[in-house]
Design a binder for this molecule. Structure first.
Ligand code: ADP
Length: 406
């Protein structure tokens, strides 16, 4: 990546002094205060130091600019090639407001449907219609199962989605599995695999039916990949199945707690029942698709319910084998961003290989007077996420140099 790419978004005179930077939008991670002189020094230094350090320093500068949501008009004034919508963790249930497990965040079960409706109305009003919407999982809340309202609630959410003038791609989250079995989901409207694209003469890029993942091309040279973060999971699968047994073994090896949803005392707190992982079979498939995308000089967007990059997420929310997913992603140069949900608090970080990890703030924990969704505008040299409400706007530049091989 040339200095020019980053520096155009990080001019020294615009750096506030002192300023605060954060690796996570929740503000719970690395943060520091630097004065303006130090900031200017860092920018100059960035041109001189090694590539990884340069990326890190310039990444900080970019994040400083990204901390405040900005209107899209201030970010870019030419027409995008295309755009797409993102929304996460709607978790609808016809229930009074409640709280998360720690009782630290209010959950607006009923209002989440109105938030979705508001998002759809805005996407439909956009001058450039989004080519699609990525629904990042947890569409209906697990409480529906206890109230016998799983199908009714799913029906309400899906009929709301029918107002959308663009196709929606559904990712599956843990709350899908609290309500439905994997077999049920596969036969439901939440299975949007029929929207996948096939790559002629490359059968290795066709996903197997053992996991719910696929890829599609919304615009020439741009490929979107939906991943199944509950491919290895004890949720939604028959206890007699081999996958259940393997998943339970993996979970228990890292989590000795009686309550497997509890991360208490764990050195790897993401080994909890409400997370899951990627099978080697799915990772091999991902590797084949990314290999094709590299050769075909494509830019790739990956969508998953569960995040894979610790700096951008609450560590308790990461995929069990997030390191394996990162190793595949980092061995290719085509991936621009990894967009996920699950954390509800959101988060962002650019990793050392220039992949932007974006966790979209959850609708379910969004107060009625706010919003939580976004539109990503795709340009030849970058993507710009225009966040609404508590979703911050982000600039995601493309890497121009070769892939980093860990
Ligand atoms: N620290 C914890 N200890 C025990 N159970 C937990 C803990 N955190 C979450 N859970 C349980 O895990 C499940 C998923 O938690 P929830 O907060 O609903 O997930 P999500 O963030 O996906 O909405 C719920 O049944 C919840 O009660």
């Amino acid at each position: 990546m040339s200095l020019g790419d980053r520096a155009s978004f990080c001019p020294a005179p615009r750096l506030p002094a002192p300023f605060r930077f954060s690796r996570k939008s929740s503000g719970t991670a690395l943060s520091a205060s630097l004065d303006g002189v130090t900031a200017a020094f860092l920018v100059v230094r960035a041109a001189l130091v090694s590539q990884p350090a340069r990326r890190f320093i310039l990444g900080i500068c970019l994040e400083v600019m990204d901390d405040e949501p900005k209107p899209a008009t201030q970010l870019h004034n030419s027409e995008p090639l295309f755009s797409f919508g993102v929304i996460a963790d709607i978790q609808y249930a016809d229930l009074e407001d409640g709280y998360n497990f720690q009782r630290s965040r209010r959950r607006y079960y009923r209002h989440s449907l109105l938030h979705l409706q508001g998002a759809i109305e805005e996407w439909n009003r956009e001058s450039t219609s989004p080519c699609c919407v990525l629904q990042l999982g947890d569409l209906v809340d697990g409480y529906n199962a206890q109230h016998n309202t799983s199908e009714t609630s799913l029906g309400h959410v899906l009929s709301t989605f029918q107002m959308l003038q663009a196709p929606v791609h559904h990712v599956w989250g843990n709350h899908e599995f609290y309500n439905f079995s994997r077999d049920y989901l596969g036969n439901s409207k939440l299975n949007t695999k029929f929207l996948q694209d096939q790559i002629a003469h490359h059968p290795e890029t066709t996903p197997s039916d053992n996991y719910y993942a696929y890829h599609f091309v919304p615009f020439p040279k741009f490929r979107f990949i939906l991943l199944d973060g509950y491919d290895l999971s004890v949720l939604g699968v028959e206890q007699s199945s081999l996958k259940y047994q393997q998943s339970l073994k993996m979970l228990k090896e890292h989590n000795p707690n009686t309550e497997l949803n509890s991360p208490k005392g764990l050195s790897k707190p993401h080994f909890v029942k409400f997370n899951g992982g990627f099978s080697q079979e799915q990772l091999n498939w991902l590797n084949e698709v990314l290999t094709f995308s590299d050769k075909n000089q494509e830019k790739v967007v990956i969508a998953s319910h569960i995040p894979v990059y610790p700096e951008a997420s609450d560590t308790v929310c990461l995929a069990w084998n997030y390191e394996d997913a990162l190793a595949v992603i980092w061995s290719h140069k085509c991936v621009v961003c990894f967009i996920s949900g699950h954390t509800h608090d959101g988060g962002y970080s650019e990793d050392p290989c220039g992949v932007h990890h974006v966790n979209i703030e959850g609708v379910i924990e969004t107060a009625p007077d706010s919003q939580a969704f976004g539109t990503v505008y795709v340009y030849p040299e970058k993507m710009i996420l225009k966040g609404r409400g508590r979703v911050p706007s982000r600039i995601m530049n493309y890497m121009k140099d070769i892939a980093f091989h860990p």
